[in-house]
Ligand binder design. Structure first.
Ligand SMILES: [Zn+2]
Length: 265
């Protein structure tokens, strides 16, 4: 009785794997050992499986700054899910981006997308703008306008989180950087460097107003200053409205984000 049940179970598992044709039960191979279960069926993915998260660096409090890559194309785009710990509106966009990217035919062959989940995990854990040492990481980059202080760092890149992102950018040489923030009371898209028509396109597709850097308060030592203005790499600063539902803002900006990642048609 037990043997019959086990054989039926084995047949069912083999059928589910889709690797054998149904055969009369008498011709089944000997029963496998109880511990030797066949592997579960594996769905065939249209692209190689997305790389899983790896640790780019560890923060002073030991938290991982995680990074992953999807796609293999020649255009290199870097997405940064957040740099201020009290601005987590981009978290769902960051989590959903790999699947949305891979769902667009041809995009993975055209673009290599690198995703930094959160450039300031200590700040996120504490719910603070700055990192655990009280430094605003978006003022710690080696831009020409860097201004040393307790809140911005004694020297550019003296914070491990800023150094990790800096080294990633220098090693990858991205064609575009997109960084998510949250802004009190308003949402908008801003660009630095040679962004061309990108900011206007993003604005049109998302409904987020485009605001020029000259119309914002000064941001010495910011990623936008260093990457965009000094290094000449286009960077989009995506300001979600603080407190908005991260799921809704992802839906609002999904098309515009993927359009920017794809680049000029
Ligand atoms: Zn911010």
């Amino acid at each position: 009785m037990l043997g019959t049940v086990a054989r039926r179970g084995a047949l069912l598992l083999l059928l589910l794997t889709g690797c054998v044709l149904p055969r009369p039960i008498e011709t089944l191979p000997p029963e496998p050992a109880a511990t030797a279960m066949p592997p579960p069926p594996v769905a065939r993915a249209p692209h190689p499986p997305a790389q899983t998260w790896r640790v780019l660096a560890r923060t002073p409090e030991g938290r991982p700054i995680r990074v992953r890559t999807v796609g293999t194309g020649p255009r290199r785009v870097l997405w940064i899910g957040g740099i201020h710990g009290d601005e987590r509106e981009g978290a769902v966009a960051t989590a959903e981006l790999p699947a949305a990217f891979l769902a667009i035919p041809g995009l993975a062959e055209a673009v290599t997308l690198t995703i930094v989940e959160d450039a300031n995990p200590d700040g996120t854990a504490a719910g603070t703008r700055a990192n655990a040492r009280g430094v605003d990481l978006n003022r710690n980059y080696p831009a020409r306008n860097f201004a040393a202080s307790r809140g911005t760092g004694r020297a550019p890149l003296d914070q491990v989180e800023a150094r990790a992102l800096h080294d990633l950018i220098e090693s990858q040489g991205p064609h575009l950087v997109i960084v998510a923030h949250g802004s009190v009371g308003r949402r908008f898209i801003n660009g630095d460097g040679p962004t061309g028509a990108m900011v206007r396109r993003f604005s049109r597709l998302s409904g987020y107003p485009a605001i020029a850097s000259r119309d914002l308060h000064a941001t010495p030592g910011s990623l936008g200053s260093w990457v965009g203005r000094d290094r000449g790499i286009p960077i989009l600063t995506l300001e979600y409205r603080k407190g908005d539902d991260p799921r809704l803002v992802w839906l609002e900006t999904r098309e515009a984000i993927l359009d920017a990642i794809a680049g000029e048609p």
